[in-house]
Design a protein around this ligand. Sequence first.
Ligand code: FAD
Ligand code: DLZ
Ligand code: SF4
Length: 510
Amino acid sequence: MVTPRLVLILGDQLSEDLSALATADKTRDIVVMAEVDGETGYVPHHPKKIALVLSAMRHFAAGLEADGWTVAYSRLDDPDNSGTIPGELLRRADALGASDVIVTRPGEWRLIEALEDMPLKVRQLADDRFIASLAEFDAWAEGRKELRMEYFYRLMRRKTGLMMDGDDPAGGKWNYDHDNRKRAKADLLRSAPMQFTPDDVTEEVLALVEARFSDNFGALRPFHFAVTRGQALRALDHFVRNLLEGFGDYQDAMLRDDRFLHHSLLSPYINLGLLNPLEVCQRIEAAWREGHVPINAAEGFIRQIIGWREYMRGIYFREGPDYTGRNALNHDRALPWMYWGGETRMNCMAHSIGQTREEAYAHHIQRLMVTGNFALLAGIAPREVHEWYLAVYIDAYEWVEAPNVIGMSQWADGGMIASKPYVSSGNYINKMSDYCGDCAYSVKDKTGEQSCPFNTLYWHFLDRHRERFQGNHRMGMIYRTWDKMDEARRAEVLETASNFLGRMDAGEVV
Ligand code: FAD
Ligand code: DLZ
Ligand code: SF4
């Protein structure tokens, strides 16, 4: 008898065309899938995220079995469960007399290194569910003085042919972002992302998660995520038919009573492997070519996926395992309790964090310009910010979360991803949302206890990092505005900000 090889499939590798499966032989090899404490507990994940991963894993394993594979599946509450991925591989190898493992390279250095250190022969294959290979990204990045997503994006447009007319971008422009800054109004007729009723498998997982993770930040129920590829395809179809049209226009808008607006909520499914990024983009392009949606919506959406998503992955793997520890601005303040649901008087923070607790979801601008902006202005330690984002969002895996947080949002990588820090005063939040109207702070006030904290912290940030940013050609104007303010006024702004930070550090509700 030929010795079987073990084919490890991780919780975010749920794709039928996964490279590990394509390399294996279903008549000989054994698929290993394992729910383990090591993965459910490396950060305090939102209960909805744990439930999504475990339920999708169980459905995927059943699909493989129906397709003729033999699956050795470890449930979290199996008494023999060793608690880690390497532990489960060793246990299965021992039982089956196997010594070879095939796996698609994990999306996190932590696991890549753990698998490299195993006493088994582990072959890590490239993850080809992306548009650019890592070698292609490196070849593009090599020798460039400055990496900018926009140029990489154009390369991906050419490579995929998406939204291209021959060698030219469809419509004559590469990027229609300029049209995408509209404020949204409440609209009771706007569709919501598609919801699914939990089946028996999901209900069993929900009971398990309830029993084990009820102390984690986040509401487990109601749970309406798609847990199979079939459901994820229906969610994609629903988005394209009902919401894509307004995606471009309202991409940056925020509304208290509409948590999803025109966003797709597809990231959890793409990141798990239930949807392939290219098929999603092809569906979006077809909707535009058939005249159902405007070009700014289709191009804007496709750019997020073949541009930003691919770019973030390229940076994560290019920069190496120490990326999450970067702290270019030497920020060291502890993450305030409000991020874990503690009270805050800042309406924008209360809404963004409150919806994160309930939905395990906030859209890009809430993540970047509210919670991320506040953390950066207040000088929170980037590692703590990173661990929070990795824990609380339904779509968070380190390869995509870390470059977004450490790079884009916290400027902790020294400007590798963002040429200037994403900071703003309350004015931007007021322009793009309806949060400020009934906030305890006044967005119009620039000093004094009632003034919006974003207003004073904004200048506090720029003032304390003057040496670093004054020479940045995109920030010179801002420093000139600051310098033109009279000195007493500047001192008052800085004092208001310092007082605010002092109160926050002392644990007062701010
Ligand atoms: P939509 O607004 O509908 O966008 C469409 C798709 O584009 C998304 O599904 C996603 O696949 C892709 N996309 C958009 N922006 C980005 C981006 N910056 N990077 C990668 N893909 C992008 N995205 C994650 O998938 N996981 C994360 O852990 C994550 N953490 C983030 C942390 C911060 C601080 C910031 C600023 C952004 C983060 N993002 C993350 C990117 C983005 O916010 C989410 O992809 C998006 O909000 C997911 O919701 P959606 O599917 O409704 O997206
Ligand atoms: C996120 C997650 C969770 C919560 N649980 C599991 C699990 O029990 N078993 C598993 O194989 N994968 C899980 N995952 C996904 C992994 O954490 C993910 O594969 C790595 O972080 C690499 O991206
Ligand atoms: Fe946020 Fe300031 Fe607006 Fe309040 S006033 S909601 S703190 S931006």
